[in-house]
Ligand binder design. Structure first.
Ligand code: NAD
Ligand code: TYD
Length: 333
């Protein structure tokens, strides 16, 4: 298949591209705006592959999309602003990319009659104290991030309903693994623990997330692209749930540090308590997650320990200003 992968220079997109180039005959064009989170370094080992090419541009730019989509059989859209904390401070880019960007891509897919897979999130359902969300649960997002992602999902569904476009939606739970930008819980805590910096836990640390190893999400998306029924949404949840404080304690253990590094800091406004997905529908298509959280977390810590070339430029650049603004404290040199 010839795939247009939007947002393929980010965390999950780059893992997806790597998995596809290694495990299939796909030809892949990545279209990416290269925001702070999108980095060519994430694709460095794939650049020489003749089946891979890169277009620098935004999904909300119809000219860039027209160039990138030229030879595609299908579109997979990862492109997004993805950090809840940033969406609280500066929601503008979230609205532009998720609403306008998804619209421009859908138009291009509709004109060319291409299959379109939207990568979405469990956060569109909102928080759940007990039990798990199914695909028919109502969308009830809480943050500007999740609200704009929910809006994009609805727009995608409308293209199936109105124009018959072959749309699919994959709603993943919290991903972790190599190449994740260190603004997110796991890589932030790993890098701080390795450096001996403080570990800022929001509120009481008892918020629960449903952890999914990134290669499992990549294989779930590929599975839905191939076997999913057009017009349907599929939850792709991880095998294990864990409270933030337990994630942090385990990271400290794996990094050989003690709990005195933990700082309980002011809670995130509107912080969702728990996310949980029921994934029976995608399992009925023949997919299942293969990585348990314990093993995946150990592998992830090892990857960050061994790949300082990847994160050192981030920790010494603009990320430091972001960190000071977000946490009111500086990173040690
Ligand atoms: P990321 O922030 O690491 O990467 C996003 C990528 O999109 C970057 O390469 C960025 O440059 C690119 N991008 C942003 N705006 C763009 C635009 N307007 N045009 C073109 N490219 C643009 O994000 P991620 O964690 O890899 O998430 C990818 C997708 O998966 C997102 O849609 C996100 O909502 C979804 N998702 C993420 C998680 C998670 O835990 N990270 C879980 C479920 C779903
Ligand atoms: P995050 O990785 O931002 O993902 P999301 O909010 O999309 O689930 O955060 C995961 C959890 O970790 C969430 O409950 C917020 C919490 N958290 C902290 O306690 N401290 C931090 O510094 C960060 C970034 C997150």
């Amino acid at each position: 298949m010839r795939l247009l992968v939007c947002g393929g220079a980010g965390f999950i997109g780059s893992n997806f591209v790597r998995t596809r180039l290694r495990g299939s005959d796909d030809e892949i064009v990545v279209l990416d705006k290269l925001t702070y989170a999108g980095r060519r370094e994430n694709l460095q080992d794939l650049e020489e592959d003749p089946r891979f090419s890169f277009v620098h541009g935004a999904i909300e730019d119809p000219a860039a999309v027209a160039t990138a989509i030229e030879r595609a059989d299908a579109v997979v859209n990862f492109a997004a602003e993805t950090h809840v904390d940033r969406s609280i401070i500066e929601p503008d880019a979230f609205v532009r990319t998720h609403a306008l960007g998804t619209f421009v891509l859908l138009e291009a897919a509709r004109e060319r009659e291409l299959r379109f897979l939207q990568v979405s999130t469990d956060e569109v359902y909102g928080s759940i104290e007990e039990g798990s969300f199914t695909e028919s649960s109502p969308l009830d997002p809480s943050s500007p991030y999740s609200a704009t992602k929910a809006g994009a999902d609805l727009l995608v569904s409308s293209y199936r309903h109105t124009y018959g476009t072959e749309t699919l939606i994959c709603r993943g739970s919290n991903n972790y693994g190599p190449y994740q930008y260190p603004e997110k819980l796991i890589p932030l805590m790993v890098l701080n623990a390795l450096a001996g910096d403080r570990l800022p836990v929001y509120g009481d640390g008892l918020n629960v997330r449903n952890w999914l190893f990134v290669e499992d999400f990549a294989s779930g998306i590929a599975h839905v692209l191939e076997h999913g029924t057009p017009g349907e949404a599929y939850n792709v949840g991880g095998p294990d749930e864990c409270a933030n404080i337990d994630v942090v304690r385990r990271i400290l253990e794996l990094c050989g540090r003690d709990e005195s590094l933990i700082d309980h800091v002011t809670d995130r406004p509107g912080h969702d308590r728990r996310y949980s997905l029921a994934s029976e529908k995608v399992r009925a298509l023949g997919w299942s997650a293969s990585m348990r959280f314990d093993v995946g977390l150990e592998r992830t810590v090892a990857w960050y320990r061994d790949n300082a070339w990847w994160w050192e430029p981030i920790r010494s650049g603009a990320y430091r200003d972001y960190y000071t603004r977000q946490y009111g404290q500086t990173l040690d040199d």
